[in-house]
Ligand binder design. Structure first.
Ligand SMILES: [Zn+2]
Length: 305
């Protein structure tokens, strides 16, 4: 599979753009994931060049200037009660509001990574209604957890953070009405040491690849909140279409197939993970789906029969 290229080079994620025209045919798209593109002029120019190259920008929307030093979890009740610096919702939705206007102006295909706030959902819903070429994703942890579920453990720390219950409800509504196109994981492995320093000091990020489908199947499909067809669209077909990925299940396609047993009865245990990263907020959750086989191209990549 093709990689992403960075939008910018330089320490602060701003200023100089990479050679978008020269790289576009070698990559899926362009992203500065892990940090936001700070200057509007930089993003405008990147979008103009991406539009000219028929490529896509997948943006990590985060305005660091709105986050206090040491910002670790959502700027809400839990942060205040425990004296932990908070990450305000505006640090996510303000750059999204800026970028959808730039996408409108430039005609760039634009995707927002890991949406976590109700304001972000509202902005993207409105942008889509205006015909702006924007898509977005969220992750299972934002659909199933909120700040009420926090424990002072590194496995509950990721960026963006778990938000308010109202945000979680808005994300679920967004997934169901199609405002949120995709479910991704923002899979971010870290060592036990990096994740062993509580909420305030642990590294940002949790793993999700091995738990995403079982969780979504068990808590959305089995509970009747979503059809299996919709879940497969959000996790497979929508990303494949938006990012023009090859692979499929029809004759002639490059095989990209995952087989699940939907009658499994499992408890999520990080000791079972193949990933070296073990930090998951879903430790101990019961799930009713288990990956049995993955086929990638001509190779069986994983088998658990
Ligand atoms: Zn990111």
């Amino acid at each position: 599979m093709l990689p992403y290229a960075a939008i910018t080079i330089g320490q602060k994620g701003e200023g100089e753009l990479v050679d978008i025209q020269g790289l576009a045919h070698r990559v899926i798209g362009f992203s500065d994931d892990g940090r936001g593109v700070k200057e509007a002029d930089t993003m405008r120019e990147a979008m103009a060049r991406c539009a000219a190259a028929d490529s896509i920008i997948a943006a990590h929307c985060e305005d660091m200037s709105l986050i206090p030093p040491g910002g670790a979890i959502h700027d809400g009740e839990f942060a205040r009660a425990h004296g932990i610096p908070g990450i305000p919702s505006e640090s996510e939705w303000a750059p999204i509001a800026r970028d959808v206007e730039l996408a409108k102006e430039t005609g760039c295909r634009y995707h927002v990574c890991h949406v976590s706030t109700k304001e972000s959902v509202a902005i993207i819903r409105q942008a889509k209604a205006q015909g702006i070429d924007v898509t977005c994703e969220t992750g299972p942890h934002y659909l199933l957890l909120c700040q009420d579920d926090l424990q002072d453990l590194g496995r509950f720390k990721m960026n963006p953070p778990l938000r308010d219950r109202e945000d979680m409800a808005a994300l679920v509504e967004g997934i169901l009405d199609g405002t949120i196109d995709m479910i991704a994981t923002d899979h971010a492995p870290h060592s036990a040491e990096e994740k062993g320093r509580g909420l305030a000091k642990s590294a940002m990020g949790v793993v999700g690849i091995e738990t995403a489908f079982p969780l979504m199947y068990t808590y959305f499909v089995e509970t009747g909140r979503m059809s299996l067809e919709m879940l497969i669209d959000r996790m497979v077909y929508a990303p494949r279409k938006r990012f023009r990925l090859d692979g499929g299940i029809n004759i002639g396609d490059r095989a990209e197939i995952t087989v699940f047993d939907l009658n499994a009865d499992k408890t999520i245990d990080p000791a079972d993970f193949l990933s070296k990263g073990k930090a998951t907020p879903f430790e101990g959750w019961k799930v009713h789906a288990e990956c049995k086989l993955t086929i990638c191209g001509e190779k069986v990549a994983y088998e658990n029969m």
